[in-house]
Design a protein. Structure first.
Length: 373
């Protein structure tokens, strides 16, 4: 029997490119939706032939800004996924949305197309912060979109970004408490990271501004933990905070080493097969993607045991619940040996058959993973 399986669809267009973004996206000028509808259907047909029918627990429309897709295209993708693979009853169908795209009319259309969860790129409720991160919505639009989303969708998530230059602990606490006061039930809270190759990366390299130092980052992380927990949305993953029962189903597949199909430029999938775990990756270039047949644009690679373990542990330790050691197979004893010194340092815990990063450990997870893997 296959593990729980989801479907990720990457929509590579945005209205404009944010200066911190290193995703595989381009500015939407003219978009041939019919070509994409055909490409996605062909990809799903190809994946069905390659990996067999797997009932889907989730469909995630990400990007990019998939709220720029027409509801008709969203509905066609969902219909094809359901026809070819089957969506389980109550499957989570998430659409990432820009606050500016959220209107009474659009949410009704999205619901009609089968969307039952919205992930809103709010980023901030502060106009100056929104201007700094180059978003095309303001705080008023963010609040309006959040209110409407909470009124219409039983399940939703809002992205927030912190550790902006000049942001103090007090600033962030006020903003975070304001976000929680909206009645949000799931928040994805990211620290601003400056990636090379982005506009921010170039600005920082030129010395135009500097991100906050590690000390403040750590303070803001701790503050985030305390404030969200006090509000009943404790972290359940490094960046994800939810009221009980509102945890993301789809992202949970990534963190638990389950399976997901992935279509669209640059999208990564993972499938368990009798021969081993297969990684798929969509061709990144949008034009090349549309020009190639599915068997060429969705490349496959068999992962070796080491790669599977690295992914499993890297993703699993992001979860507060950690990894069930029994699922690690023959690699478990070696991993536990490597973990014990860090458990003694208070960065990892081995409890009830689970290996977990502590609150402090999750702050330095990348360094910790480099030590134990
Ligand atoms: S909207 Fe999201 S995906 Fe698009 S450029 Fe901005 S951060 Fe990147």
């Amino acid at each position: 029997m296959s593990p729980p399986t989801g479907l990720y669809v990457h929509w590579p267009y945005c209205a404009r490119i944010c200066p911190y973004c290193d995703f595989n996206v381009v500015r939407a000028r003219s978009v041939d939706e019919e070509a994409w509808a055909k490409a996605f259907e062909a990809d799903l047909t190809h994946l069905l032939a390659r990996f067999g029918r797997r009932p889907l627990v989730s469909l995630y429309l990400g990007g990019g800004t998939p709220s720029l897709m027409s509801a008709n295209l969203i509905g066609r993708i969902r219909e094809a996924a359901n026809r070819l693979f089957g969506l389980e009853t109550g499957a989570e169908v998430t659409l990432e949305a820009n606050p500016n795209d959220v209107t009474e009319a659009s949410v009704a259309q999205w619901q009609g197309a089968g969307v039952n969860r919205l992930s809103l790129g709010v980023q901030s409720f502060d106009d100056a912060s929104l201007r700094f991160v180059g978003r095309d919505h303001d705080a008023r639009a963010a609040r309006r979109a959040v209110d409407l989303t909470l009124r219409v969708f039983a399940r939703s998530s809002f992205d927030l970004i912190y550790a902006l230059p000049g942001q103090t602990s007090d600033d962030w606490e006020t903003e975070l408490k304001g976000a929680l006061a909206t009645g949000a039930r799931h928040l994805s809270i990211y620290q601003l990271t400056v990636e090379p190759g982005t506009a921010f990366g170039r600005q920082v390299a030129r010395g135009e501004w500097a991100p906050p130092g590690e000390g403040l980052d750590a303070d803001l992380y701790e503050l985030t933990h305390d404030v969200t927990t006090a509000a009943g949305l404790p972290p359940y993953e490094v960046s994800s905070h939810a009221a009980a029962g509102n945890e993301a189903v789809h992202n949970g597949l990534y963190w638990t080493g389950a399976d997901w199909l992935a279509i669209g430029p640059g999208a990564h999938g993972r499938l368990t097969t009798p021969q081993g775990r297969v990684a798929t990756e969509g061709t990144r270039n949008i034009h090349a993607y549309l020009d190639a047949p599915s068997r060429q644009r969705l490349r496959e690679e068999m992962l070796d045991d080491g790669a599977v373990l690295t992914e499993r542990v890297s993703a699993g330790l992001r979860r507060v619940k950690g990894i069930e050691i029994a699922t690690l197979g023959p690699a478990a004893p070696r991993l536990l040996d490597a973990a014990r010194p860090w458990a003694a340092e208070g960065l990892l815990e081995i409890v009830d058959g689970h290996l977990m990063a502590t609150r402090t450990g999750r702050q330095v997870l990348d360094a910790l993973l480099a030590e134990i893997l």
